[in-house]
Design a protein around this ligand. Structure first.
Ligand SMILES: [Zn+2]
Length: 442
């Protein structure tokens, strides 16, 4: 007897051999994959409580978004087409009035969008993270949550103390039935003191927490860090002994050849978020160069306040195409390599490669089922090409996290979609009014 059986699907395992099973079947029990293979071989072995027919659908590992700010989904479309030096202070101005209710409201909206576009695990960095943890618990998603710490700039919400970040990490580790993992979240080298960063490194070593921070994301940052420390971001972090395999460095755009070597040597994980810096006219991280050196690169959307979407499928496409232009070579970063970033590499970034990232016996049942009987993905013959270049989040039909169906045939079962959207619109209006800003359509 198993809880759930997904049969007749085209199963993209992302296992070591990157096996694709035609007419495949995945059997799930107590949140884990207990068997997978050809439907005709698996089907007869078990009785299932629930059977999902995935005929003419791709069955794939749930996507992993390794850098976002879920509650900032409330800021979508508010500050577009602005330079980072204008964008960031405006965001901080809005955030200085932020309430915990708004953080919760934004997190629910973001959770809804993640589910509806096929992300099953996300790594988040923000304030009032207890509220995000609550949204994770209710939505059924899996998450790595970090309470952000900013000391030298940014909004003051009374949470900018190291103890706040560490206490959150300790208290919420393993919450939501084990679906919440917690990281330490210093905002960046330029916004936190050297002394505090050293303390964070000590806590991470002692308590076995991973560290999620922004790294080398703008020229402005590099200049500021150089002026203060006489070194670039990666050089300085390295000199401090901060860089280890437990570090997740979001963006990492402004890194030299030598710094890429440092990232590889220290086995730092890079959360590559292509759209935000492209949209902001900032730059493109040297991803093919990092992969060449053996750096683990995963994918992220960043917040919808800058990217305007949490749909990781759009990010897959952007991640793949931009380097072909940058290198003037279409052979750069093929589709399959990008697919790895959103699955197996993402799991590695989060230190969860034993549990998620691929569909294998014994792994957690985080599965998405993607419809390929649609005009924009026809003719269907090449899974990586379809998923990276043609699919959009709206093609995801069914989402399973930890063996539980959280969306079936586009209907989210864990959250009240209409209610959340209405509430988010009301919340947005209030936020904008509090900040004394105007929007075009209101
Ligand atoms: Zn960010």
């Amino acid at each position: 007897m198993v809880d759930l059986m997904i049969k007749n699907g085209l199963v993209l395992t992302m296992n070591k051999e990157r096996l694709i099973i035609k007419d495949g079947c995945v059997a799930v029990e107590e949140g884990k994959i207990v068997d997978l293979g050809k439907t005709k071989e698996i089907e007869g072995k078990y009785k299932a409580d629930e059977v999902i027919n995935a005929s003419e659908k791709i069955v794939a590992p749930g996507l992993i978004n390794t850098h976002t700010h879920l509650s900032m989904t409330l800021f979508r479309g508010l500050i577009d087409d602005k330079k980072p030096k204008d964008w960031l202070p405006t965001v901080w101005k809005i955030e200085s009035n932020l309430t915990r209710e708004e953080v919760y409201c934004g997190a629910l909206l973001g959770a809804l969008e993640l589910i509806k576009s096929g992300t099953t695990t996300f790594s988040d960095h923000y304030f009032f993270m207890e509220e995000v943890a609550k949204a994770v618990r209710e939505s059924g998603l899996r998450a790595c949550l970090a309470q952000a710490l900013l000391e030298l700039m940014g909004p003051d919400l009374g949470q900018n103390k190291l103890s706040y970040t560490v206490d959150f990490a300790k208290k919420f580790r393993g919450a939501a039935g084990g679906r919440v993992e917690t990281f330490l979240g210093p905002h960046a080298l330029y916004s936190v003191t050297e002394e505090t960063l050293k303390k964070i490194r000590e806590v991470a070593d002692k308590e076995n927490f991973r560290i999620h921070l922004h790294m080398a994301e703008s020229k402005w940052e590099i200049e500021m860090v150089k002026e203060k420390y006489g070194k670039t971001t990666v050089e300085k972090l390295n000199e401090m002994g901060f860089l280890k395999p437990d570090v997740v460095g979001a963006h990492s755009i402004f890194v030299s050849e030598n710094e890429i070597k440092i990232l590889a040597e220290k086995r730092v994980n890079v959360a590559y978020c292509p759209t935000t810096p492209i949209k902001a006219g900032v730059g493109v991280a040297p991803i093919p160069e990092m992969l060449q050196e053996g750096v683990n690169v995963s994918l992220g959307t960043d917040g919808a306040g800058s990217n305007n979407t949490l749909d990781l499928f759009r990010e897959l496409r952007m991640a793949a195409v931009i380097h072909k232009l940058r290198k003037l070579n279409p052979e750069t970063l093929p589709a399959f390599q990008v697919l790895e970033m959103a699955t197996v590499n993402g799991a590695k970034t989060l230190g969860m490669e034993k549990g998620i990232g691929s569909l294998e016996k014994g792994k957690k049942a985080d599965v998405i089922i993607v419809d390929f009987k649609k005009p924009h993905v026809t003719p269907f013959h090449n899974i990586p090409s379809t998923l990276v270049y043609s699919t959009v989040g709206g093609d995801v039909d069914t989402v399973i996290v930890d063996g539980k169906v959280v969306m079936r045939e586009r209907k989210v079962l864990t959250l009240k979609e209409e209610e959340i959207i209405d509430k988010a619109n009301a919340c947005f209006k209030e936020l904008v009014e509090k900040a004394g800003m105007e929007t075009k359509l209101m």
